[in-house]
Design a protein around this ligand. Structure first.
Ligand code: ZN
Length: 205
């Protein structure tokens, strides 16, 4: 089964399934480490932003700008949110980037002790939008992690049509009970095959 999945995903690079799984695993391992810390340090914040093309100079420039407005010195978190909101606008048509930016924002918000459900939902929606760019008709598989909670494990491997994924938004799982504090399930794209086992190209492309 794993081999078949690998095979399907290789058929259509735009689906980007492997990359998503690898990134998500990386994020998950990072969360494990970070979950012991109360806050992101300034370096953590900058390193996170660098992934999206923000430089240290950009960070400190924005820090100064915000300080000049608010006179609040301890504003690293505000700088993060300010730059992220800009990144969302700048990358509005790059769903793969949006997916990772929203995910970073979600983890950051969780670290601030706030509910990150909506941001995880936006990240999952961006994943669906990315899959939608595929030239092939695809279904969506819900994937849990190896240490997912029982509720998420029940969903693991479930394959649903794209439109159902958009309307039902099964990720993040509302019933997730994992001690990490939020659902880490993610989508993979599974190309649909016709009765002859052939992949189905999207019409009107
Ligand atoms: Zn869960």
């Amino acid at each position: 089964m794993k081999f078949l999945k690998q095979f399907f995903s290789n058929l259509n690079k735009s689906i980007n399934q492997i990359k998503i799984e690898e990134e998500q695993n990386l994020v998950n391992s990072k969360i494990e480490i970070k979950s012991n810390q109360m806050n992101f340090s300034q370096n953590n914040i900058i390193n996170e932003l660098v992934k999206f093309g923000i430089t240290r100079e950009d960070f400190f420039k924005r820090k100064e700008e915000l300080y000049n407005k608010s006179k609040i010195k301890d504003n690293d978190n505000d700088v993060f949110w300010s730059l992220c909101n800009e990144l969302l606008i700048k990358n509005a048509s790059d769903y793969n980037k949006l997916r990772t930016i929203y995910y970073s924002m979600a983890i950051f918000l969780h670290q601030e002790g706030k509910d990150n459900f909506i941001l995880l939902q936006e990240s999952a929606r961006a994943t669906l939008n990315q899959f939608n760019l595929s030239d092939l008709e695809v279904n969506v598989e819900i994937n849990g992690c190896s240490d997912s909670c029982e509720n998420c494990k029940k969903m693991n491997g479930k394959i649903i049509p794209m439109d159902e994924a958009y309307s039902a938004l099964p990720i993040p799982c509302k019933a997730c009970t994992h001690s990490i504090g939020f659902c880490r399930c993610f989508y993979s794209a599974i190309p649909i095959r016709d009765a002859d086992g052939m992949l189905i190209p999207k019409l009107n492309r």
